[in-house]
Design a protein around this ligand. Sequence first.
Ligand SMILES: [Zn+2]
Length: 294
Amino acid sequence: MRARRLVVGTLAAGALALSLTGCGDNVDTTERLGRKTAEATPDAGGATPSPAASGASAAPGGASDEAYKKWGLTAPLQYAPKPAQKPQIPKPGAGKVPVIDRIPVPADDKVVFLTFDDGAEKDPEFLKMAADLKLPISMFLTDSVASSDYGHFEKLRDNGSSSTINNHTLSHPNLRTLSFEGQKKEICGQQDRLEKRFGQRPPLFRPPFGNYNDDTLRAASECGVSSLVLWRVSMQINNFQYAEGSALKPGDIILAHFRGPGELKGATETQMTTRMLQRIQEQGYRIGRLEDYL
Ligand SMILES: [Zn+2]
């Protein structure tokens, strides 16, 4: 078990993430794609995680007392304050970014982190929900689907929750199929796009489908990324899919998508999010802001 634990943080991280779901057009399709890819390429590459650049900002929380009722919750959400000390994350190899799929918090610190990917769905109701609940969301945006309305995500970033905009490539390719230069084009290209549009070069990067290799870690570093962020838990339509076990674990990074009814079997983005938050509450977890821990 101990050996497995050690492996989880490094080599197996990508494979585990893959066995959840990737990001794409359709929940079922991407799940199949993710599993297939994971089987075909078990070596996820990967470096030892390590500290990333931080972004100082306000602690999450601050939702009004009644907001939770409006959005279908039976109790107010609990938010984790910014930790006094950042968790110790092992350093990566020289010239590489660290790979992070779970934040190493103490075993009794029941905190999880929300991440939303891609950017196809731009539901104004979701903006209201995120603002009302002050959800700290780390967004990972792909230019080809998000850029039709980057303003939507700017509103989400600026809603008072200290949400952030991060890199999920220009066109959402499987990076393992690309050369080092090809990967750099996808990663640096989106860094440039996001910097130009939002005024800041994102610190975090997530590879599409969770697929990466050694070239990815070097390319991301050269593009000015601080950390490659994967996930341990994936939100489907109603429930979580776990990389291991059947419950959240302290420090889990949760993957969700900006998806709408067409991809959620009729459910809206806000309905999916309500269910996700209910699942988090049922298990007694608080919501943290990922960047506060990196
Ligand atoms: Zn994606």
